[in-house]
Structure formats: C-alpha cells, structure tokens
Design a protein around this ligand. Sequence first.
Ligand SMILES: *Cc1c(COP(=O)(O)O)cnc(C)c1O
Length: 403
Amino acid sequence: MIPFSPPRIDDKVIAEVTEALKSGWITTGPRTKQFEKNITAYCGCKTTVAVNSWTMGMQVLLNWWGIKEGDEVIIPAYTYCASANVIVHAGATPVMVDLNKEDFNLSVEKVKAAITPKTKAIMAVDISGFPADYDQLFELINTPEIISQFSASNELQEKLGRILLLSDSAHSFGAQLDGNRSGSLADISSFSFHAVKNLTTAEGGALCFNLPADFDHEAIYKEMCVKILHGQSKDALAKTQKGNWKYDVEEPGFKCNMTDLQAAIGLIELERYDENLARRKAIFDRYVSGFRSDNWAIEPTIVTDRKVSSYHLYLLRIDGASETQRDEIIREIFEQDVSVNVHFQPLPLLTAYKKRGYKMSDFPEAYNKFANEISLPVYFDLSDDQVDLVIDAVKQAVNKVLG
Ligand SMILES: *Cc1c(COP(=O)(O)O)cnc(C)c1O
C-alpha cells in the first residue's frame, strides 16, 4: 500500500530527539527557543512563537486581538474545519466566502462584498501551499472607505486602525509571493506542524508576527509566551534559576506551549527543509507530466510569475466527474493499493456548520472544486516508481468509471 503522507523519521531525527531526552530538559526550553529563531530567519517575519498546534496558536491569537461575540471574521468556505472552529470558540461569527476560479484560494472580490462594520479580521488560507492574494487583500483593507467603516474595540485594534489580515499557513511553509516567504505575507500567520504537514514536530505550530513597524514585536513575543503558559509571569526554565521560584499570574491564560522534544524534530526538519521542498517539487512535476495527455485531468495551479507553492497537496481534478463518480474513482484507486484523499469538504457540508445556517449553494465554486477533486500522495520518501504507480492507478480508475 502506498500511504498518503507518512512523516520523514530517520536516524537524524531520532538522534536529535534522543539528545533532547538525555539533556534532561523535555518541556519548553533551549530547543524551542532555537526553533523559533530559525523559523523567524527562514520566514523573514519579525518574531515567532512556537505552540502545540495551529489551532491553539490561532485561538490564543484571536483572544489576544480581542475577537469576541458580535465580531465577524472572513474565511473561505473551502478549508479545514479548524479555521472556522477557532472563530466560533472566540464567540465570533465566521463569514464564509467563495473561491477564485483559477485556484483554490478565497476570492478577493467576494471578500470585499462580505466586509461589514463588524469585520475585525480576514483569515486567508493557503490551500495546498499556494499563497492567497495577500497583496490585493492588503490593498483592499487599506482603502479609505473600508478603513472608515472599521470600528476598533480595544487598544490593539485602535493602533492597527484597520481589519487584521491573518494567514492560515498550515499548508504553506516555504511558499513564496514576490520572493517573500509564507510567515511574512500577512499581519500574523499560523503554521501547523501536525504529522501530515510539510514540516512536522508530530503535533505543533507557530505564530509568525509581521505587524506594521510601530508594533513592538519583542514585547509581543513576551506577552504571547505568558499567554500560552497560563498567564504565568515565568516559564519553567526561568524558574530553575537560583531562588527564582516565585511567579505571578497576570490573567487566566491558555496552555499550549511547544516542548523541546517537538522542537528537536522541528530543528532537523527545518535544517533540511529546502531538500524536502525540492523533492516535493519533483513529485509535483512528475504528476504534471504524467497527466498532461489526459484531457480529463485538470491540474492545480502551482507556480505563477509571482507565486511559488510549498508543494503540500497535489489537488488533481477530474473534469466531468460528479461527486459520486469521484468517490467511485477513489474506491478504484484504493483497490490498487494507493492511498488518496480529498481536501477539503467545504464547511457548509459539515453538520456543525450546516446547523449554523451555512448553505453549500451559496458557494458554487467551492462545491465545484470539491466535487471532482482527488489529492494524490506527496512526501519526501515517495519514490519516482511509486509516483508512476499512483499515476497508473488514477488513470485506470478514471477510465473504468468514466469509460
Ligand atoms: C492542519 C490544518 C489546520 C490545523 O492544524 P493543527 O496543527 O492540527 O491544529 C488548520 N488549517 C488547515 C488548512 C489545516 O490543513
């Protein structure tokens, strides 16, 4: 069986985790701090806070920004449930918009139409690792008419004076827009280092801050470290210093710090990340040429003159296939011992969001993309021969089902 997305665990990763274990320091400590610095350098953002998942990072962030009941946050209808769940948990309303025709990202036109005086943030999602249109989104939220209807409800929001632009960068570590890397493309970006993501720490995530120059990023870093550790004024490492036992709790915080065991994996993953990207690109290229002669194959947008994907998910679409036929094709592919997937079921198809009144018919582009989409395996250890097996399995399955 060709698996869909196993992590790259080799002797180097095992050695570094072993070193961390032997060091006697297994929770947040020197490896986490180093990992944060390396991410900041790689992504070109102003500061980075490592956390235990994308989800908790974004949850803390929405809390910090004062997103609350009555506020609206704009997201694409086509994303993983986490993007919307954190907004619901903050007490605010996810306002969903449809996608572009050309790619799987949210449409700036649709975002524009969805902005109201209650809009506090936009969360773009870099689906499959292809960056959203951050340049156009910044232009939009900086237009005088949109700024004039923005109403701030705390000091932070007042200071920014406009809608906050967030990035769900769970897929896009290493992706680029105009030569700038993901993590530095929005005001604040959140990465996921879950086991299936491009860069993994088993579970984990990171918040990358790139707010305007008048924000003190060093102070933000310190504040976030307190927020992700119960609001405690000192972390475990600081408390080990002689006589330094006493701490205060400034506010009821969260608990979602990254451990040094996770960071040990992340340090190795990041050190060889360009090698990982190069292999992923080669796999994408092989899929592109493998399906070039098939007129039913709609290939994903991967590179444009301004954007480069992080090659996270290969989103193949089968022209002319209905949702039922697509599901049948997937069954046929699995019959040939190849694992594939679907990314994603649009949120209005999920019970939790259906119940909240979102309707699939309001997002036709999202539905069209979902209905005939099949995600193919992409990971460092996938060999060229295996890629060819995947291509053959897909072709046979499509021919069998569509005739
Ligand atoms: C994986 C994923 C998340 C959630 O990441 P966790 O680290 O598991 O919390 C959020 N958004 C998207 C688009 C994802 O694919």
